[in-house]
Design a protein around this ligand. Structure first.
Ligand code: NAD
Ligand code: ZN
Length: 345
């Protein structure tokens, strides 16, 4: 079968021919219908050999959807032909976090060497993929896999981040979103669906800001050296925002995120861009809560899908054939993708 692999540290991803995988006992094989392309893969492909926590080659793709194609021995309650999406942050399924469906925070994954598909295990940018356990399959029903597959990460991750701040996003409040790409453009829609907050979105060019407005941002602001001042001007009395979500995570956006937050505000750093924030008395507004979450729980993925079913989120996608996946990564790296790139194997 064809797959898209990261094979050599520092090199571009390659389309390769590999053996079609067989599901072992308890595993499920999917015929992949759609796979999303996430900026985290670009972060992984920028790491040195020492920073990589898993061996290469790696079949990429941690946003996956497919049709159940073959069941490993002992798999029950899953039907061949069923359309499903894959919950990616696999855990042990047994620790106290996994018991709550928070497999993204599994306490045993590192010790047991459990990796998400596309981030250690073979991923979804291939004709077929193996899923380790039936509990990681979310039935799609009537949802279109191509438009829904980004919700497994670009929807779930902002959903989890935003849910934490809901108590602060009351009428009259402000939410700020840095980065209106794959995660950010869904984040804006989630904020509009879940909160009465005024949403201010920031990105680096007009095309991105146009998409931000189109998906529901009240204000779209250029992310430049005047960003903090311009955001604050848009908040009552210049007080700042109740919640700031940084879907870029580079040093300037993390710094600006901290400076946009008001007293008792939340700063949530989702982007993996090496930015850091100094916290200490007088360095941030009083009682600012700074956090950096990872992905989301299984139940939150179900909630994200229910929002899509209700028509509250609509992912903007660019589609590519499997052979074109390297080009999709190149465009994402260059900031040219509008919404999410989705590969159709
Ligand atoms: P993306 O490339 O689709 O979107 C990033 C956006 O940020 C782009 O629109 C880009 O123009 C914009 N941007 C770049 N520099 C900016 C700046 N200085 N100010 C404002 N906007 C700027 O990427 P994505 O797939 O949405 O991922 C976003 C980030 O989130 C990445 O760092 C990714 O690795 C990370 N991520 C984290 C998690 C997690 O669990 N914490 C999960 C998924 C992705
Ligand atoms: Zn991701």
């Amino acid at each position: 079968m064809k797959a898209v692999q990261y094979r050599t540290v520092g090199a571009a991803p390659e389309v390769v021919e590999i053996e079609k995988p067989e599901p072992k006992p308890g595993e499920i094989r999917l015929k992949v219908t759609a796979a999303g392309v996430c900026h985290s893969d670009i972060a992984v492909m920028s790491w040195s050999a020492e920073q990589l926590t898993f061996p290469l080659p790696l079949t990429l793709g941690h946003e996956g959807a497919g049709v159940v194609d073959k069941l490993g021995e002992g798999v029950r309650n899953v039907a061949v032909g069923e359309s499903v999406a894959v919950y990616g942050p696999w855990g042990c399924g047994r620790c106290s976090k996994c018991q709550q469906g928070k497999e993204n925070y599994c306490l045993e994954a590192a010790r047991l060497g459990i990796y998400p598909p596309g981030l250690g295990n073979p991923g979804a940018i291939a004709e077929y993929m193996i899923v380790d356990d039936a509990r990681h399959l979310m039935p799609l029903g009537d949802l279109d896999p191509v438009r829904t597959v980004p919700l497994t990460d670009a929807g779930l991750t902002p959903y989890h981040a935003i849910k934490r701040s809901l108590p602060k996003l009351v009428p009259g409040s402000t939410a700020v979103v840095f980065g209106t790409g794959g995660l950010g453009h869904v984040g804006i829609q989630l904020l509009r669906a879940l909160t009465p907050a005024r949403v201010i979105a920031l990105d680096v060019n007009d095309e991105k800001l146009r998409l931000a407005k189109e998906v529901g941002a009240h204000e779209a602001v250029l992310s430049d050296e005047n960003a903090v001042e311009n955001v604050r001007k848009l908040t009552p009395g210049g007080r700042g925002a109740e919640a700031v979500f940084d879907f870029v995570g580079v040093p300037p956006t993390v710094k600006a995120s901290g400076a946009c937050a008001m007293i008792e505000g939340d700063v949530t750093i989702v982007g993996i861009g090496g930015g850091s924030l100094e916290v200490g008395f007088g360095l941030q507004a009083y009682e600012t809560v700074v956090t950096s979450p990872y992905w989301g729980s299984r139940s939150e993925m179900g909630e994200t899908f229910d929002l899509a079913r209700a028509g509250a989120v609509d992912v903007h996608i660019e589609t590519y054939a499997l052979d074109e996946a390297p080009k999709a990564y190149e465009r994402l790296h260059d900031g040219k993708v509008q919404g999410r790139a989705v590969i159709l194997p």
